[in-house]
Design a binder for this molecule. Structure first.
Ligand SMILES: Cc1ncc(COP(=O)(O)O)c(C=O)c1O
Length: 398
């Protein structure tokens, strides 16, 4: 069978590959501590589940409008206004099967051969592959831990060419946990406005923030910037609803109509039952989010403290999301017995084989100096897993 050329241009998602390796070891009865996964370990709150059960019982089990129900769009509109002061109309919202699907639909609607898409690194694994799948070229602009892993506006400006179609911004970020402060966004917005650059703003971790950090949407800076921005969000992370598959975009009506048309010819509507559950999530009280974020904050503190105490490891302090992204490059060029550690991928393999902990190689996120550890796992796992990591790193010799 001859597959389409585009298939050969992409990789399977690296985060899912790590999870599969961890699962295979666990199936053999091996105790693996999993820091690989990007989903809250909390259960979906009961009122949200109840709304879904009620929807099934009430027979809300049929097709809905392809771009989502009006009820859910209204709930999204209310949240965007309450959280960011952003005002949208229903024809400026499209609900899809998770934010990953939303981003893919946007790539389909916007990108084609010859287009360039600016992606700051470290980046979420799917951004470059989604660009490539749509025949466009990712233009990677590195950011540094010393700069808080935020995009330098001058570097952004020098990456812009006549072919540039969009910038994909992610705050707070997966994998670094870095969040952009309002002043930093203002400088990015100034460049975007000058070049009429569309910003795809992935805000899926916007509610998961620490130490009083407040997530600001770049769209909220001015009406002109709102007109140049597509806000992407979803229920997966905020409400521990990864399996329900609801995400959305809010943006200019013409683009949203194109996205809705694409969706109407591919998946049609996201699951009707999940849409009802998402309405309950968005309209419900914040208490479950606050509890989850408080727990994540305690875990973040423990994880960053322990990682930073390991010889040669330095760890950026995340302002949001639930990942630590330590620089472990001082371990490269070392070995234990026959195993040589040459970069983030071989260190990841070493850690799963020697320490029985699953992490994700920074190379998958565009930064080979680092590895990503998710702290969406218990404090007990964090303590035991990092003990093992510490011991395994100490065995590496020059
Ligand atoms: C930065 C970022 N964007 C989007 C997504 C997609 O989330 P979902 O498709 O579950 O809504 C993820 C999930 O890991 C993510 O980390």
């Amino acid at each position: 069978m001859k597959l389409a050329q585009r298939v050969g241009r992409i990789q399977p998602s690296a985060t899912l590959a790590t999870a599969a390796r961890a699962k295979a070891l666990v199936a053999q009865g091996i105790d693996v501590i999993d820091f690989g996964l990007g989903e809250p370990d909390f259960d979906t709150p009961d009122p949200i589940k109840d709304a879904a059960i009620d929807a099934i019982r009430a027979g809300f089990t049929k097709y809905t409008a392809p771009s989502g129900t009006d009820e859910l769009k209204q709930a999204i509109i209310r949240r965007l206004e309450a959280d960011q002061g952003l005002r949208y109309q229903p024809n400026e919202i499209v609900v899809s099967c998770g934010a990953k699907h939303t981003l893919y639909n946007l790539a389909q609607a916007l990108f084609e051969q010859g287009d360039e898409v600016i992606i700051p690194a470290p980046y979420w694994v799917s951004y470059p592959d989604q660009v490539v799948l749509n025949d466009a070229t990712p233009v990677i602009v590195p950011t540094q831990a010393e700069d808080g892993y935020t995009l330098d506006p001058r570097r952004l400006e020098s990456a812009i060419t006549p072919r540039t179609k969009a910038l994909i911004l992610n705050s707070p970020s997966n994998p670094t946990g870095a969040g952009y402060a309002r002043a930093q966004l203002e400088r990015i917005a100034e460049v975007a406005l000058r070049h009429r650059l569309l910003v795809i703003s992935d805000e899926i971790y916007g509610q998961i923030v620490y130490d009083g950090f407040r997530h600001v949407s770049i769209a909220s800076l001015s009406p002109e910037m709102k007109a140049l921005t597509v806000v992407v969000d979803g229920v997966s992370k905020t409400y521990a609803m990864t399996g329900w598959r609801i995400g959305w975009a809010a943006g200019p009506a013409a683009l949203m109509t194109a996205v809705a048309n694409i969706q109407s010819q591919s998946t049609s509507n996201p699951a009707s039952i999940s849409q009802k559950a998402a309405v309950a999530a968005l309209n419900g009280p914040r208490a479950s989010i606050d509890r989850m974020v408080a727990e994540f904050a305690a875990r973040r503190n423990e994880m960053v403290r322990r990682l930073s105490a390991m010889p040669g490891v330095s760890c950026f302090q995340p302002q949001g999301a639930f990942y630590a992204f330590p620089d472990v490059s001082s371990c490269y060029g070392r070995h234990h017995n026959a195993t040589a550690v040459t970069g983030s991928q071989s260190l990841t393999t070493y850690l799963i084989e020697e320490a029985r902990i699953a992490v994700v190689a920074g190379a998958a996120f565009g930064d080979d100096r680092c590895i990503r550890l998710s702290y969406a796992t218990s404090l007990d796992h964090i303590r035991r897993g990092l003990d093992r990591m510490d011991a395994a790193l100490a065995k590496l010799k020059k």
